[in-house]
Design a protein around this ligand. Structure first.
Ligand SMILES: Nc1ncnc2c1ncn2[C@@H]1O[C@H](COP(=O)(O)OP(=O)(O)OP(=O)(O)O)[C@@H](O)[C@H]1O
Length: 485
């Protein structure tokens, strides 16, 4: 938002007129030439010097100003994150560390800005000096021409005024260069953000999809990273199917979830719903067909009803229907003001499990065709977990396509297919029972290999671990856990 404001302030400020006035400069110069070539050459030479000063101004101020803009933007992001995590900072005595860190970075910003201001001040002084010199030369030249009867007194005044108008944009541009560079950096950052995410309006408005998902050779690189976190991913999921995604931390599961809901744009490849590239869809329309529960639930500071209704029209029936579908209706009724309970910033008035269950109700609001749940049970107790399994079974019964990222075996039992992601690539995908059996076999083999290692008389933790893993898996794939992959 800060970047957006910076661009808006520049575009609506008076400085922008320097750019509109600039195209008139050659016309004014041409008229001065017509009045007398000698005055034309004086104005042209003066314009050249001012232009050189403008380039020098850019050369000496651009780097420090851009660096200051980058640090300043990172600092405002850090402040936002510190405010959200104020309790952690307070609880673990991190305030002074944060303060020193912030002060040091802020010091860098001020130092860079002062450096740029000092340099710009010198250039500005030279510019004013050049302007005055030119004005004097123009009037002096005009007077000399008038004495020699080559020009009238009126033409002296006219040429002086014309030169002032011709050179004003250059001088103005030097004055507003700081704002211009700030706005340019902000504009580039916004462009980068929009390129990484999606949301372009005015694209095609497709009908509600049946829910088939396909990914064709997708690769994705998170913003600010040089290497992709997903590469060459291809798979298909029929409408009404439930896919479970498992894999170690950092395997790219959440990245895939963001791509499937259209929150991120792939660098290469295509995600399709019912065979149609979702990036060609209008983002608002696509959102009505999609339900998404991110790993960090991210509720907004308002009532439960408004959160579930995605801040659209408050249709009581639809809100309660979504809450029932997520099996959270009773829980909401037990809260002090039911659906009108205000949940505070980021849902801070709710427990982690409550947030997750209300996030699930928001995901299924409006009965979307495709629902993507990223670790929907990480904070749930047994009741919450049972409610989630019930909700997924209901979605499956009504033909909703569901993608669930989870490490817990209970929710995986509701899936038709399982995908194992490792280091950004699909290691296994297929029928649930087959994939879990294959995973189990590979764990047993690894466990046996570890158990067979000779270790002398010492008690080896790896052997103990392997034996425990074998015992756990002996009771079947339902006991699968993520570290076993
Ligand atoms: N917003 C982001 N900015 C920068 N890097 C990111 C971002 N999101 C993910 N990554 C990187 O992409 C890689 C995959 O992350 P991702 O969150 O998709 O993994 P994951 O399998 O969901 O992990 P986990 O099970 O721990 O949630 C990681 O190396 C991570 O650092």
């Amino acid at each position: 938002m800060r970047d957006f404001d910076t661009v808006r302030q520049f575009l609506t400020g008076s400085g922008i007129f320097a750019f509109f006035d600039a195209p008139w400069a050659p016309i004014f110069l041409a008229i001065i030439f017509l009045l007398h070539p000698m005055l034309g050459f004086i104005a042209l030479a003066g314009g050249g010097v001012l232009l050189a000063l403008a380039f020098a101004n850019n050369a000496v101020t651009r780097k420090p100003l851009e660096a200051a803009g980058r640090i300043s933007s990172a600092l405002s992001g850090a402040i936002d994150s510190s405010m959200r995590n104020a309790e952690v900072i307070e609880a673990m005595g991190m305030f002074q560390n944060f303060r020193h860190r912030w002060a040091a970075r802020q010091g860098d910003v001020l130092r860079l800005q002062a450096q740029a201001a000092d340099r710009a001040g010198v250039i500005m002084g030279l510019t004013k000096y050049t302007r005055l010199l030119l004005q004097t030369a123009m009037l002096g030249g005009g007077a000399w021409l008038a004495i020699h009867e080559q020009m009238s007194a009126g033409c002296i005044i006219a040429s002086s005024v014309l030169m002032g108008r011709a050179l004003a944009p250059v001088e103005q541009a030097i004055g507003i260069w700081k704002q211009f560079l700030g706005a340019r950096v902000a504009y580039r950052r916004l462009n980068g953000l929009l390129a990484a995410t999606t949301g372009a309006a005015g694209r095609s408005n497709p009908p509600r999809p049946a829910g088939a998902i396909s990914a064709d050779g997708i690769r994705a690189t998170p913003p600010g990273r040089a290497t992709p976190s997903l590469s060459d991913l291809t798979f298909e999921l029929g409408s009404g199917q439930v896919l479970g995604i498992i894999g170690p931390s950092g395997a790219g599961k959440s990245t895939l979830a963001r791509l499937l809901v259209g929150a991120w744009r792939p660098d290469a490849g295509t995600v399709r719903f019912d065979g149609s590239d979702i990036q060609s869809w209008d983002a608002e329309a696509r959102g009505t067909f999609v339900g998404y529960l991110p790993q960090d639930v991210e509720l907004f500071d308002s009532t439960i009803a408004e959160n579930i209704a995605r801040f659209g029209t408050l249709d009581g029936e639809a809100i309660v229907a979504a809450a029932r579908r997520a099996d959270v209706h009773e829980l909401i009724l037990r809260l002090p003001q039911g659906y009108d309970t205000s949940i505070g910033r980021g849902g801070s008035a709710l427990s982690g499990g409550q947030r997750q269950r209300i996030g699930l109700a928001r995901a299924v609001f409006g009965n979307p065709a495709i629902v993507v749940l990223d670790e929907p049970n990480s904070n749930l107790d047994d009741d919450g977990e049972a409610a989630l399994v019930h909700a997924v079974s209901q979605m499956k019964a009504t033909g909703t396509t569901v993608v669930i990222i989870s490490h817990r075996p209970s929710i995986l039992s509701a899936t038709d297919q399982i995908m194992v992601l490792e280091a950004g690539r699909i290691r296994l995908i297929g029928d649930r029972a087959e994939v879990l059996a294959a995973v189990t076999r590979s764990v047993i083999t690894a466990g046996e290999r570890a158990a067979d290692q000779p270790t002398g008389n010492q008690i080896d933790p790896a052997r103990q671990n392997a034996a425990a893993t074998r015992d756990r898996l002996a009771s079947g794939p339902g006991h699968f856990e993520q570290q076993a992959v």
